[in-house]
Design a protein around this ligand. Structure first.
Ligand SMILES: [Zn+2]
Length: 356
């Protein structure tokens, strides 16, 4: 039993490359938009396509419909397995076959549902997320062929873009089909188009709603403005108190981490700026490597704010308001613990003794 050399793998992948691109083109054309109906026929067809595809590379697949926690029918999922030896470890391959909707095709440079190659990149809805994941699994299994040394299980989900409402009941119903030593989730980004990556940890996510109150009822700003700050201003003060002068989050108890093992190279700021569409004058907040700021340090985003719309606003001091903070937590911190620390900070830093 000789190990498969990198050269041999490269040759096999290259000879399979056109097939993989064709798989992506077919996948894009399927328009597997889960937002148009998780249980609908087009999603079943999409699952069937993926099941057939993986069967071609030796995985015994089937399409099964999940059930939501309330018992109603859920997504069309693909599960399957390929066994090479009872003694070999088992690897579960994950991807999802549903894609995001296309609210406005006019903002696309190409037809969203026709795979279009431009400068060696393939454009189309779901070409990367997560047709790319399906293509990776299919291509890897094809390249390894009979040289595969691990048992394989697959789970290709049909409702990831909808927040996976039937995920937990589905796992509980199919425990054996999920039993594995390692899970490979092919649904995250690469370091860059040139550098492929393995993501071994991600930030967690939690949120809190903060209610801040200064007055029992609204009052006129001409009469009371000055000593009484409006709730929006108080909320803004409270929000900004989470940051130090450099723009680093400074909330005690909310953990911050550095990448495990350190960094050989940082992310390219120009690429990050271009990808995110950052305006030229904006200086990036925080200190330390960009990779740590994006992946291992916590971050807070105000994702909702109950304030009066500018249209129809009038001269009144708003008595109270609510805002929602979404917190990305360091990979090794329990989100509950970070959530509690953030909530405690909010209460303790109420500006001017406002009720929080
Ligand atoms: Zn995805």
């Amino acid at each position: 039993m000789t190990a498969l050399g990198a050269e041999e793998i490269r040759t096999r992948v290259e000879s399979d490359f056109n097939r993989i691109v064709d798989v992506l083109n077919q996948k894009i054309a399927l328009q597997s938009i889960s937002a148009k109906g998780i249980t609908a026929d087009h999603m079943k067809r999409s699952a069937q396509f993926v099941a057939d595809l993986l069967r071609e590379v030796g995985v015994d697949t089937k399409v099964v419909q999940s059930h939501n926690p309330d018992g109603t029918p859920g997504a069309w999922e693909v599960i399957g397995s390929k066994n090479v030896s009872e003694d070999a470890p088992t690897v579960l391959l994950y991807a999802h076959h549903d894609v995001q909707p296309v609210p406005d095709p006019n903002v696309w440079n190409t037809d969203p549902f026709v795979g279009t190659e431009i400068d060696t990149r393939l454009y189309g809805r779901g070409a990367a997320d997560d047709g790319g994941g399906i293509a990776i699994h299919s291509g890897a299994l094809k390249a390894l062929g009979d040289d595969l040394k691990v048992n394989i299980k697959v789970f290709i989900e049909g409702e990831e873009e909808m927040g996976s409402p039937s995920f937990i009941p589905f796992i509980e119903e199919h425990r054996d089909e999920f039993a594995s030593d390692v899970i490979i989730v092919a649904d995250s980004g690469n370091w860059s188009a040139e550098i492929p990556s393995l993501t071994t940890s991600l930030r967690g996510n939690t949120d809190i709603d903060v209610h801040i109150k200064a007055l029992e009822h609204p009052v006129h700003s001409g009469q009371y403005g000055g000593p009484i700050l409006d709730a929006n201003t108080l909320a803004a003060m409270l929000i900004s108190s989470m940051y130090d002068a450099n723009g680093d989050l400074a909330v005690p108890g909310v953990a911050s981490e550095e990448p495990v093992g350190g960094l050989q190279r940082d992310m390219d700021e120009a690429t990050v700026r271009a990808d995110a569409g950052i305006v030229e004058s904006y200086r990036l907040a925080g200190t330390g490597s960009l990779a740590a700021r994006l992946w291992t340090k916590p971050s807070v985003t105000v994702i909702g704010f109950d304030a009066h719309p500018v249209e129809e606003s009038f001269n009144v001091i708003s008595p109270e308001t609510t805002f929602r903070l979404s917190l990305r937590t360091a990979p090794n911190q329990r989100p509950e613990e970070a959530q509690e620390a953030l909530a405690k900070f909010m209460v303790e830093h109420a500006p001017f003794g406002a009720e929080v």
